[in-house]
Write a protein that binds this ligand. Structure first.
Ligand code: DOR
Ligand code: ZN
Length: 345
């Protein structure tokens, strides 16, 4: 039986760090285990220009604990007014690594997202030309479409047409939650990949809804039925390099989660790696963990694998703080509701 695992230091290919007191509270949790992260731009107001990304990056660097070896990989929030020249200049300067597409209204702080996809075609064409990947929140926002179907419908109605009309555009389907999305990636050629979160590998909608509603399991895209979780787990543990970790760790103050209208997002950063080791071990796939956390993402983004290593050791059930202070508030740490045995050092 394996009791110790040494992996190349992981990266998080989809992360929300927020700003101000929340940034200060959550950044050390990611920097402790991860070398790099793709930082989401959905601040209020969003990070839309190269100048915005530069100043947000400076705020992140200023909030890093002393000696932390962590590099934020910045993104721009795509709007119908995004200037292709500004985007290309930020990409050429190494200031941004990717651009994020939120369909307008799809999730937290997505009001400035895209409504008419024809209006962003020139930007997407420019991105294809310069090799800047598009990270996609893949859900339609049409009220007619059931929330559990929104990802599958997005693939047919929006994603597939975009990919056909802008060939050469590198696309990451972020936080996939369905078998449909996992299959779409599998059935398509190079230039398409998907990130998968911790919670979507561990939980299904029953965990969120049976016996009472658990707000700390509510995120978007919403947890789906068990068959989908199984398909995601099969994809993540397959060794296929097109699937990699994006935690989508998305902190909200506890009062905003435990509210009449609960904010979407699971704050998984502090225990993400322990959770993953637990599920990969249960699937008999510990040998595939390093690919998922540390190798496949850099390969897709054309970045080097981290030289530093991280060690996971199996032992007594992990105890961890269920809540962290965040300025005047607290932020509740995701608890998968099952014992975790892998300790990270
Ligand atoms: O659950 C989510 N939370 N999904 C998203 O897409 C956004 C995120 C957030 O920013 O809180
Ligand atoms: Zn996200």
């Amino acid at each position: 039986m394996t009791h110790t695992l040494t992996l190349a230091r992981p990266d998080d290919w989809h992360l929300h760090l927020r700003d101000g007191a929340m940034l200060k509270a959550v950044l050390p949790e990611t920097a402790r285990h991860f070398a790099r992260a793709i930082v989401m731009p959905n601040l209020v107001p969003p990070v839309v220009t190269g100048a915005d990304a530069e100043s947000y990056r400076a705020r992140i660097m200023a909030a890093l604990p002393e000696g932390a070896g962590f590099t934020p990989l910045m993104t721009l929030y795509l709007t119908e007014d995004t200037d292709p020249d500004d985007l290309a200049a930020a990409h050429a300067a190494g200031l941004i690594t990717a651009v994020k597409l939120y369909p307008a209204g799809a999730t937290t702080n997505s009001a400035s997202g895209v409504s008419n996809f024809e209006n962003v075609r020139p930007v997407l064409e420019r991105m294809a030309e310069i090799g800047c990947p598009l990270c996609v929140h893949g859900e339609v926002t049409d009220r007619e479409i059931d929330i559990f179907d929104r990802e599958a419908v997005f693939i047919d109605r929006i994603l597939d047409p975009i990919r056909k009309s802008v060939p050469g555009l590198k696309v990451v389907m972020e936080h996939i939650t369905t078998k449909n999305a996992a299959d779409y990636v599998k059935d398509n050629a190079a230039g398409l990949a998907a990130t998968i979160t911790v919670q979507h590998l561990m939980l299904d909608r029953n965990d969120m809804l049976v016996g009472g509603m658990r707000p700390h399991y509510y995120c978007l895209p919403i947890l789906k039925r068990r068959e989908h979780r199984e398909a995601l787990l099969a994809a993540a543990t397959s060794g296929d390099a097109r699937y990699f970790l994006g935690t989508d760790s998305a902190p909200h103050p506890t009062h905003a989660k435990e509210a009449e209208c609960c904010a979407a997002g699971c704050f998984t950063a502090p225990i993400a790696l322990s959770c993953l080791a637990e599920v990969f071990e249960a699937a008999g796939a510990l040998d595939k963990l390093e690919g998922f956390t540390s190798l496949h993402g850099p390969a897709f983004y054309g970045l080097p694998v981290n030289d530093a290593k991280i060690t996971l050791t199996k032992g007594a059930p992990l105890t961890f703080d269920k809540s962290l202070p965040a300025g005047e508030h607290t932020v509740t740490v995701f608890d998968p509701g099952m014992p975790l045995h892998w300790h990270v050092s």
